[in-house]
Design a binder for this molecule. Structure first.
Ligand code: IPM
Ligand code: MG
Length: 352
């Protein structure tokens, strides 16, 4: 069980530290932790946000526990040297195309949701976001036109095999849940989305037990706040998934609670190689102050135990410990409370 720990920037190191403490407390036989620099800190130390040696460590591991990247001090750097390239590079270099972002209401937190409590109470959904394609990885440029005006462009594209493989992941996930899949696109305007929709329909033939619906992304954004309980599994492209998952987090109450897994095809001894990270960013405004909620990262470690190491029992123990801590009133600053990073980590450990 080789885990590459990549704390990154801002609050990344603080929240990752607590997740590592939880992992260590489980006393798992064979757990080995390696550490790699990513993001702005890696640029400072090695001149690149994703240094070759970090990529090497990632490749040698069975799973990656990732904190966050992003540093305003790097905003002026050319894009290829900015911290975000670390996570984008890991996702693409390691073929981590399937991003699982669950959003579930924790009992007791309903009143903290941005939505009305009775609506928020019903949230139990999984966003399956494609992670290796779309406008994220298409040709991009800021160019100067012959008349002197500047123009920015980013190519949106999906090949059918890219859509097919993420569709399979989503259908299988739906089979393990309430058997409902909503594919989100913008097929009324975009050809990329039309192909997406056509391919999802083709794949659906192999999953007759799953009820498939299609929804335009603008409508999906609306339904997500109107009645999030109507969603089971949502499958969508890279850009729409990025936006909808942040939105889903506020429906649950805080972005400090949402974990994620990025999975590819490579198998490990007991599961699938993957990268696990909170969906929040580096939050430079509160970095180093011990204010960040580490729960999303702790829950990401639970996902790692489940998907990469086949340790369902320990994964569930961590999740139960987090939900008990919340039920007992442990509240980080993100949830209107006063508990700091280490206090929250401690509270989870006590309940493990
Ligand atoms: C996320 C983040 C990243 C993304 C950034 C940091 C590149 O917002 O994981 O959702 O856009 O994918
Ligand atoms: Mg995002």
């Amino acid at each position: 069980m080789k885990v590459a720990v990549m704390p990154g920037d801002g609050i990344g190191p603080e929240v990752t530290r607590e997740a590592v403490r939880v992992l260590e407390a489980l006393d798992l036989p064979g757990l080995t932790l390696l550490e790699g620099d990513v993001g702005g800190i890696a640029y400072q130390r090695h001149g690149h946000p994703l240094p070759a040696e970090t990529l090497e460590i990632a490749r040698a591991a069975d799973a990656i526990l990732f904190g966050a990247v992003g540093d305003p001090a790097c905003d002026a750097l050319e894009r290829s040297l900015r911290p975000e390239q670390a996570i984008l590079g890991l996702r693409s270099e390691l073929g981590l195309f399937a991003n699982l972002r669950p959003a579930t209401m924790f009992p007791g937190l309903e009143a903290l949701s941005a939505l009305k409590s009775e609506i928020a109470a019903r949230i139990d959904l999984l966003i399956v976001r494609e992670l290796n394609g779309d406008v994220y990885f298409g040709e991009k440029a800021i160019e100067t036109l012959p008349d002197g005006r500047r123009r920015g462009r980013d190519l949106m594209s999906y090949a059918e095999d890219e859509v097919r493989r993420i569709a399979h992941v989503a259908f299988r996930a739906a089979q393990g849940r309430r058997k409902r899949l909503c594919s989100v696109d913008k097929a009324n305007v975009l050809e990329t989305s039309q192909l997406w929709r056509d391919v999802v329909v083709e794949v659906a033939a192999e999953y007759p037990d799953v009820a498939l619906e299609h929804m335009y992304v603008d409508n999906a954004a609306m339904q997500l706040v109107r009645d999030p309980g109507r969603f089971d599994v949502v499958v969508t492209g890279n850009l729409f998934g990025d936006i909808l998952s942040d939105q889903a987090s506020m429906c649950v109450g805080s972005i400090g609670l949402l974990a994620s897994a990025a999975l590819g095809e490579r198998q490990t001894a007991h599961g699938t190689f993957g990268l696990y990270e909170p969906i929040h960013g580096s939050a430079p405004d509160i970095a180093g102050k011990g204010l960040a909620n580490p729960m999303a990262t702790i829950l990401s470690a639970a996902m790692m135990l489940r998907h990469s190491f086949g340790r369902e029992d320990e994964a569930a123990r961590i999740e139960t410990a987090v939900s008990r801590a919340l039920a007992d009133g442990v509240r980080g600053h993100d949830l209107g409370g006063a508990a700091g990073t280490a206090t929250i980590g401690e509270a989870v450990l006590e309940r493990l």
